[in-house]
Ligand binder design. Structure first.
Ligand code: KG4
Ligand code: ZN
Length: 372
């Protein structure tokens, strides 16, 4: 059995986990910085890097404590190498390099997006459903920083284990889907992060109240995405329908009482607007993903990343893929958003292939690509 320590610090979560054979989660510790960034309405890179620095040591210590292991018990150290915020990535990478070097253990640099894809495989292992996953598959990675579609192939290695191959089919040309959720929430005075709040409030609104036109991309780019247009359309609706006053009132109430329930501070019109916005975004994600799956004869569909925690997205994906006879898999909500268990899981095939990084030379990369 190979026990791998995973470390993740690409954005605003400091995370460490120990996972055995990409299957058994021995610990999964996440220290979120949401409270730190909430008052700025988004992640402030300098604050994030400093917070990672303060938290990485206790977070790793906690991951070992929960797993009931000591540092020397792991077989390898895996770390998110990129993409992400460079100052944040550097904290995890420097820590992992020092740890691997001092313990004399192999070091594995993992692409964050590959981690999100392996979160789905790890979840399927938890549900004893891994044998239902067939390749090739189409994976949507959709978060606050990324919206990308991959065609994933898997080939057995001569010795043991598999090699995964990723082909980038398309990605967002402007904002990530999660960014659109966050910006709309911020504009409407609903706080940060926007996704979970909008998900909750949208259940009380009518998703057909407002018709937003879906992005029209050139025929040559059927699997690309664009979300800045819908965000602007929501902002325009706010002005046109005179919702400014309501937003000011909501912000004032929340300043006086940060716990004041948003449900009671939103008019039916605002709830309709949120529901309609969410519907437009998730339907667009589902349609492009399932079209890509059809066009590439995929046998399975994956959706992962923070936005894949969205309840309407899950419903639409389940409905649409069932209609096409395609099984769809998601991680649990905890494994959808950033975590280190997915990094440890993604590293396992590379551990088997002895595909290690030099602990003195590994570098963080803010724009590390996955597939081409
Ligand atoms: O994967 P993640 O934790 O970090 C990145 O790699 O970006 O994703 C965070 C993003 C944020 O934009 C957040 O608003 C969004 O995921 N998110 C959601 C939901 N939960 C988180 N978006 C829509 N619905 C949700 N339930
Ligand atoms: Zn992520």
């Amino acid at each position: 059995m190979a026990r791998i320590l995973g470390i993740e610090s690409s954005c605003d979560e400091t995370a460490a986990a120990v996972v055995a054979d990409a299957r058994q989660i021995l610990s999964n510790v996440i220290s979120s910085q949401i409270d730190l960034h909430a008052k700025y309405g988004g992640v402030v890179p300098e604050l994030a890097a400093r917070a990672h620095l303060e938290r990485i040591v206790p977070v790793v210590r906690e991951a070992f404590a929960q797993a009931g292991l000591s540092y020397g018990d792991v077989d390898a150290v895996a770390v998110t190498q990129g993409p992400g915020l460079i100052g944040s990535l550097l904290v995890g990478v420097a820590y992992a390099k020092a740890m691997a070097w001092s313990l004399g253990k192999p070091l594995i640099g993992v692409n964050h997006l590959e981690g999100h894809i392996h979160a789905v495989l790890l979840q399927a292992e938890q549900n004893a459903e891994a044998d239902q996953i067939e390749f090739p598959l189409v994976a949507l990675v959709v978060s606050g920083g990324h919206t990308a579609l991959y065609l994933v192939q898997r080939a057995p290695l001569a010795a043991k284990g598999f090699r995964y191959h990723y082909r980038l089919l398309g990605q967002t040309l402007d904002d990530a889907a999660g960014e659109a959720f966050d910006k709309v929430a911020r504009h409407l005075g609903l706080g940060y992060p926007g996704g979970p709040v909008i998900d909750r409030l949208a259940t009380r609104g009518n998703p057909d109240a407002f018709l937003f036109t879906r992005p029209r991309l050139r025929r040559a780019r059927p699997y690309d995405f664009s979300f800045s247009g819908i965000k602007t359309a929501v902002v325009r609706r706010v002005e046109k329908n005179g919702l400014r006053g309501e937003i000011e009132q909501r912000l004032a109430r929340r300043r006086a009482d940060p716990q004041a329930p948003l449900e009671q501070l939103c008019t039916p019109q605002t709830l309709d607007l949120l529901a309609s916005f969410q519907k437009c975004v998730v339907e667009d994600l589902a349609e492009r993903t399932l079209n890509a799956a059809d066009d590439h004869d995929a046998r399975t569909v994956f959706a992962s990343g923070g936005v894949a925690a969205n309840s309407r997205l899950r419903t639409i994906f389940a409905q649409e893929s069932a209609a096409r006879g395609l099984p769809v898999f998601f991680p649990s909500v905890q494994l959808s958003t950033d975590n280190a268990a997915m990094i440890a899981a993604a590293a396992f095939p590379r551990f088997l292939a002895r595909d290690f990084a030099d602990p003195l030379a590994l570098n963080a990369s803010a724009s590390l690509p996955l597939g081409r």
